[in-house]
Design a binder for this molecule. Structure first.
Ligand SMILES: [Zn+2]
Length: 336
């Protein structure tokens, strides 16, 4: 599909179906943040509503319809997303979408709804959405974007065609960065750890690069600190009264740090295949001072905590457990 990095086979199939008009009423695009779900959803909508005859997968990108969709102003593409001042996607937003969706397409062939992120639907909003999935208008295509389908109601999951997005090989990301931003951008492929959206952000946004470094250093500092500091860290992070923001903050750390621990675990086993080659120095210190088994256990715990994040009501207890389990490395004491 035009201008999407990764998921080639999945998107080729989806694009071919869209071109033949074999389109399901609802899809669930799942996968880690910054992996390309939103871009793929947009390209899918462009495939369905591009105005050029003999349209290609992803749309032409140049016609009026494609340009309006790219800008988010096409009348047949409805984006449902959480506004910054709210904790979730409200039922009123779903109702407004349903009203629009009941009308025939104005300019294109299909009305496309993109819900991003579907895990942020309020309970009532999710139940309301179910009605659309049960009796979709014939011209409707609903795309639900979410990190993991587990976060959706069973009754919703059973009505969507599931499309799982996977991490993208570094070489593929590097090649795409080279094409878009020149050879110098290739170095951001490794640090993006399989996520093209993050690679693009790191290539173009200095503030994002600094934020990333800050987060990495927070981890290395934690690894080099004793119990008192670790518990203070847990308390500070758990202190956010906005539970969704707190969950995102914790999730971000578990995802990013999970990669750092994974790299050290693999290196400690004698294999040098880092996902984050830019952190090779810290990775080798960690691998040299902590046993492979401890590192693997930590990586598994982080994976489990991340999965359970939505069901874990006591953030502080969870973070304290994590703080206790993070391996201690004297070698990293001065880091950060
Ligand atoms: Zn077009």
């Amino acid at each position: 599909m035009r201008d999407v990095i990764g998921q080639r086979r999945l998107l080729e199939r989806l694009g071919a179906h869209a071109l033949r008009g074999e389109v399901a009423h609802a899809y669930g695009l799942s996968g880690p943040r910054s992996i390309g779900k939103r871009t793929a959803a947009l390209r899918f909508a462009q495939t369905l509503n591009c105005e050029v005859p003999g349209v290609t997968a992803g749309g032409c990108g140049a016609c009026r319809g494609c340009r309006l969709m790219e800008a988010g102003t096409h009348p047949d593409v409805i984006l449902v997303t959480r506004s910054d001042d709210r904790r979730d996607i409200a039922i009123e937003q779903v109702r407004a979408m349903q009203e629009e969706l009941s009308l025939r397409p104005l300019e294109g062939r299909r009305r496309v709804v993109i819900v991003d992120d579907a895990a942020e639907l309020s309970e009532h909003a999710e139940v309301a959405l179910l009605k659309t999935l049960e009796e979709p208008p014939s011209h409707a295509v609903v795309l639900l974007l979410t990190p993991t389908p587990v976060r959706l109601l069973d009754t919703i999951r059973s009505r969507i065609q599931s499309l799982a997005f996977r991490l993208v090989p570094t070489a593929e990301i590097a090649e795409a960065l080279h094409k878009r931003f020149g050879a110098a951008a290739e170095k951001h492929a490794g640090p993006a750890a399989g996520r093209p959206g993050l690679a693009i952000t790191l290539s173009t946004d200095e503030a994002a690069r600094m934020e990333r470094r800050r987060l990495d250093n927070e981890f290395y500092k934690l690894v080099g600190s004793g119990l008192t500091d670790r518990f203070a860290w847990a308390a500070a992070l758990a202190d956010d009264a906005d539970s969704r923001r707190r969950t995102r903050q914790i999730e971000k750390r578990l995802v990013e740090w999970g990669v750092l621990v994974r790299d050290a675990a693999v290196l400690a086993q004698g294999l040098d295949r880092p996902v984050r080659p830019d952190r090779a120095a810290e990775t080798s210190k960690l691998a040299a001072s902590v046993g492979p088994r401890d590192l693997v256990d930590t990586a598994l715990l982080m994976e489990k905590l991340r999965r359970d994040l939505d069901f874990n009501a006591n953030a502080r207890a969870m973070l304290e457990l994590f703080a206790l389990r993070v391996p201690f490395s004297v070698a990293l004491r001065a880091a950060g």
